[in-house]
Design a protein around this ligand. Sequence first.
Ligand code: PGA
Length: 243
Amino acid sequence: MANWKNNTNLSEAHVLAMGVRNELEHIDGVKVVLCPPAVWVTEVKNIVHDQIHHMAVGMQDISAEPTGSSTGEIAADLVEGLIDYAIIGHSETIELHKFDAEIINEKIHSALASKITPIICIGEEQQSSGSKYALAKKLDSYLDNVSAEKRAKCVIAYEPIWAISKGTKQTQRPASAEYANEVAVQLKKVVPANTTIIYGGSVTATNVLQYVAQPEIDGVLVGGASLHLREFSTLVKNASRGS
Ligand code: PGA
């Protein structure tokens, strides 16, 4: 899953999406989801079209509000059929908008009601011995009133806040794959066993295999490295070898 964050103008988004499609159109065993800035979702969707079944497009957030007079928001209803995924509760988004668990929960419900798969981000500020249990509890509160059947349709992204890079090599501080797997084991306790769990935080072409080789980790959410075509396509090819 590629999170382009607040990067790429129209021509950069076009060139990057074209490059990803050309490089990864025939890859096996990996699903590639591109989450560009909302304004380029249609552009990217036209490139990564429906005929390429292992590629999809997502948004980086979705409104908890229904359609109507909420200026600046994008309701799930509006993008139903256009996108397949929406990142919900990314730590950077939470920090900027001061979202609480109740809003995250509403966003999850609205995405699911519009057949959009929520990629629910969860992560701790600082690593401590008890944090994995606290995260499982927090995830359960995010998923309040979401049935087991619907929980299994969500993607859960373990994204330790301390491991997220600021998009540069200097700021990369990935969690160890073993630790990420331990957290995934705890998160799995509040969702059905077949729920997809991924890891995010300073993932690169070099370390991706360590994560996807873990028994409870099914994929990765990639920020900085997803903006560089060569790095990202190598990362996906490496992941495909480990799948
Ligand atoms: P990063 O970002 O890969 O640059 O650490 C991950 C994320 O924030 O989703």
